[in-house]
Design a protein around this ligand. Structure first.
Ligand SMILES: Nc1ncnc2c1ncn2[C@@H]1O[C@H](COP(=O)(O)OP(=O)(O)O)[C@@H](O)[C@H]1O
Ligand SMILES: [Mg+2]
Length: 346
């Protein structure tokens, strides 16, 4: 399927532009639900970078999860020429040295300075606007290495800033892993921003863009998918708009987690989080903490109390499972667990 037209995110693009217009001293970590559109937003931003900051500006996007294709692992605007052979050699050399089979994205994420210094042709860093994006950093690097990477990225930013005197050099990294948020947040080496699912208007725009059949009810999709573009595209392309099948497979996928919740006797706690996600905070207890960790680890639930990119307003909406500080990543996760645990016919 060809790529869907990019919708909305005007506030966020503006905020990214503002962020990159001067040296920020801290890498920015963009954090949000899986499928909310972090990757797409940053790729769209990279495409616009030269319009914003001139022909000479340098923006590179690294997909830290990509395993084998250099073309897929690295995205740059057309104005940037990259010496691919330098990178291929470096990739082989690093794997040889470490005696492991790292994916190429991971190697690139470790080689930002080489890319900037040796692989980018015909462009100077000095006096220039430079941006490096490392996508999906926590999954690629591994949770045990995240803190180390956060510190390294920070130090690299300063080293490059001092050595090459760019006008503005900045790093942005993304993560969907709730656990990594805790690890990143406790560092003074990182700034943090939340990117949430699309709001209802933008989600409806995307919904129509995907040409749904006439009999499908937007409200019903919104109430289950809660503005998550990744899930909407999955529903349209993989499930051919069959919302029942989509939900049934979600139930199947979450059943082992429901079993785990029962096994650990956390059903009462689950009730509390189904009623109001902010009960993590209001009714804090050991057992609620245990359930919270489980749901965060499974990417179902998350902390949303950090400020949103561009100060985008994400209203509290208990029907969608969004509290003031805590939220279900997608409303359907909450509904599926509710049905699995409290309506046992499944
Ligand atoms: N604003 C948007 N307009 C159109 N499509 C979008 C938008 N945001 C995300 N998508 C699409 O939704 C899917 C999931 O987005 P992605 O950026 O991969 O999410 P994430 O990186 O947060 O997990 C992708 O197919 C992407 O192209
Ligand atoms: Mg992504």
């Amino acid at each position: 399927m060809s790529e869907i037209r990019f919708v909305d995110r005007i506030v966020e693009l503006k905020a990214l532009k503002e962020f990159c217009s001067s040296f920020r001293a801290l890498p920015l970590y963009v954090y949000g639900p899986k499928g909310c559109g972090k990757t797409r937003l940053l790729k769209e931003f990279v495409k616009r970078f030269n319009n914003y900051f001139g022909e000479d500006a340098i923006a590179i996007y690294i997909d830290a999860m990509e395993r084998s294709s250099l073309e897929k692992a690295l995205l740059t605007p057309r104005t940037i020429e990259i010496a691919k052979d330098v990178l291929e050699k470096m990739f082989c050399f690093m794997n040889f040295k470490k005696n492991i089979e790292s994916g190429i994205g991971r190697v690139l994420a470790d080689s930002i300075s080489t890319i900037l210094e040796q692989a980018i042709l015909h462009k100077k860093l000095e006096g220039n606007y430079v941006l490096v994006i490392v996508d999906d950093v926590a999954r690629a690097i591994g949770l045990d290495q995240v803190e180390h990477y956060v510190k390294w990225l920070y130090e690299l930013l300063w080293k490059l800033a001092e050595e090459y005197r760019p006008k503005a050099i900045n790093f942005i990294a993304t993560t969907s892993e709730g656990k990594s948020l805790e690890l990143i947040a406790r560092h003074r080496h990182a700034g943090l921003s939340l990117l949430w699912n699309l709001d209802e208007k933008a989600f409806e725009e995307l919904f129509h863009e995907l040409k749904p059949p006439k009999d499908i009810d937007f409200e019903q999709v919104w109430r289950l998918l809660g503005g998550n573009p990744g899930k909407l595209i999955e529903l349209a392309s993989y499930y051919k708009w069959n919302l029942d099948n989509w939900f049934k497979e979600l139930l199947d996928r979450l059943k082992p987690i429901a079993v785990e919740i029962m096994r650990r006797k956390l059903t009462e706690e689950l009730k509390l989080l189904i009623d109001d996600p902010d009960n993590v905070w209001h009714k804090a207890s050991m057992k609620l903490g245990e359930l919270y960790e489980l749901l965060v680890e499974k990417n179902l639930f998350m902390y949303r109390g950090i400020s949103a990119l561009g100060e985008a307003h994400i209203p509290k909406d208990l029907d969608l499972g969004i509290g003031k500080d805590y939220a279900w990543q997608v409303p359907a996760y909450r509904e599926a667990l509710r049905q699995l645990l409290f309506q046992k016919e499944h």
